[in-house]
Design a protein around this ligand. Structure first.
Ligand code: ADP
Ligand code: GN1
Ligand code: MG
Length: 368
């Protein structure tokens, strides 16, 4: 979604919110957050707050599926009783549906705003990292008895790394974008690593890894922390909840939370202490949930998911920034290079990361 589309959404957002069944009329409707995909607004109605979103239909061609999955997930968590994990409830529209369509076919939803929470721009201490690991583990445990076929596939091919590589190679072979040195370096860096790209999908196809319900996008932005207790209390951005490998979530969470260089404004560096804290808390919370084959491939996932994200950013750069929102040309290329630097750093720390996995999960990893 580009800035023009975001302004377009802002122009109709106030009219849309009136079509939801709010107990009190909405006051202000303001753009909110820094998500890269949907158009997000904070709605204030007296002392109540809500999140209004137009789903990006270039990314999610069948957005009703997201709504259906969110209802299934909400029902499942509610049925399980007090769970220590809060997800935003959907507010019905006046016609009883859980979404509203605008005149151009755009799908909008309204959700409760999770109160007294904050997101973190980066992790400052291991206790926050432990909270991240704990809440991701909690989520995986809570959905472990939700049959995957109760959820619709919202994004076919999401996190299937060989698919992103294939697309990248097609686009880079045909596109006319001038090859700056930065772009050429990034392409060379990808090419040198293409052999690793199949590792998870080969194991998945071979039936060696269980397919589970996953979040799909557990980056730091999508975790909310209680302002008073500092505990992680909510996972948001549940659009990508669907069947997948637990590796996608663990890899995505670690590449987002452990990248120290980002907060220092420098390239990228994978923080081993934060990794240890996240995986340790995750392992404590999930206790025996992951099987040996899953544990054996955790290092590969930690290396693969930032590589995959680099491919996705790079492809989007070559295609003219259609998928991820950018505020200026070149941003997707820069983000791809950060992820590639992170991959290189992770590769250099392989023995240490494997030791951390072995120490946290107690089996499945042999320190080389
Ligand atoms: P995107 O898919 O574009 O990333 P998100 O669903 O992550 O959109 O929403 C963007 C941002 O809005 C989040 O990073 C968070 O700051 C805020 N947000 C979204 N939903 C909620 C909610 N229910 N309560 C509080 N904040 C929210
Ligand atoms: C997108 O929606 P948001 O901004 O939380 C993307 C993730 C990427 C992330 C990179 C549906 O997440 O897969 O990891 O950007 N979400 C989708 O910042 O593609
Ligand atoms: Mg988000």
């Amino acid at each position: 979604m580009n800035e023009y589309e975001l302004r377009n959404a802002a122009a109709v957002a106030s009219g849309i919110v009136d079509r939801f069944a709010l107990p009190r009329p909405a006051g202000s409707v303001e753009p909110y957050g820094s998500g890269l995909i949907n158009a997000t607004f904070l709605v204030t109605a007296e002392d109540a707050r809500y999140i209004l979103q137009r789903i990006n239909q270039l990314v999610f061609p069948e957005p009703e599926r997201i709504i259906s999955n969110l209802s299934v997930l909400g029902g499942h968590l509610a049925a399980g009783g007090a769970s220590g994990l809060r997800i935003p409830a959907l507010i019905p529209a006046r016609d009883g549906l859980l979404f509203v369509r605008d005149g151009e076919g755009g799908l909008w939803r309204l959700m409760e705003f999770i109160p007294n929470t904050r997101g973190l721009a980066h992790i400052d201490d291991p206790e926050q990292a432990r909270e991240v690991g704990r809440i991701l583990g909690r989520f995986h445990v809570l959905v472990s008895d939700l049959p995957v076929d109760r959820l619709a596939v919202v994004l076919p091919g999401f996190h299937v790394a060989p698919g992103y590589l294939e697309r990248f190679e097609q686009v880079s072979a045909t596109c006319a974008t001038a090859r700056s040195e930065a772009l050429s370096q990034a392409i060379a860096c990808v090419t040198a690593r293409r052999a690793h790209v199949d590792v998870l999908e080969t194991a998945r196809r071979g039936g060696h890894l269980p397919v589970r319900v996953i979040h799909g996008d557990p980056k730091l932005d999508n975790i909310l922390f209680d302002r008073a207790t500092s505990r992680a209390v909510s996972l948001i951005d549940l659009d990508t909840v669907q069947a997948g490998l637990v590796h996608y979530d663990i890899g995505d969470c670690l590449r987002s939370c452990c990248n120290r260089g980002k907060s220092a404004g420098a390239g990228a560096s994978f923080d081993l202490d934060l990794c240890r804290a996240i995986l340790g808390a995750y392992a404590d919370e999930t206790e025996g949930l992951l099987d040996t084959a899953e544990i054996e491939l955790l290092f590969d996932a930690i290396r693969l998911i930032p590589f995959e994200l680099a491919l996705r950013f790079l492809t989007d750069h070559l295609e003219g920034d259609r998928y991820f929102r950018v505020t200026e040309r070149g941003q997707n290329l820069r983000k791809a290079r950060v992820q590639l630097t992170l991959v290189e750093d992770i590769e250099g720390k392989e023995p240490e990361i494997r030791s951390i996995i072995a120490a946290c999960f107690g089996r499945g990893e042999i320190v080389p």
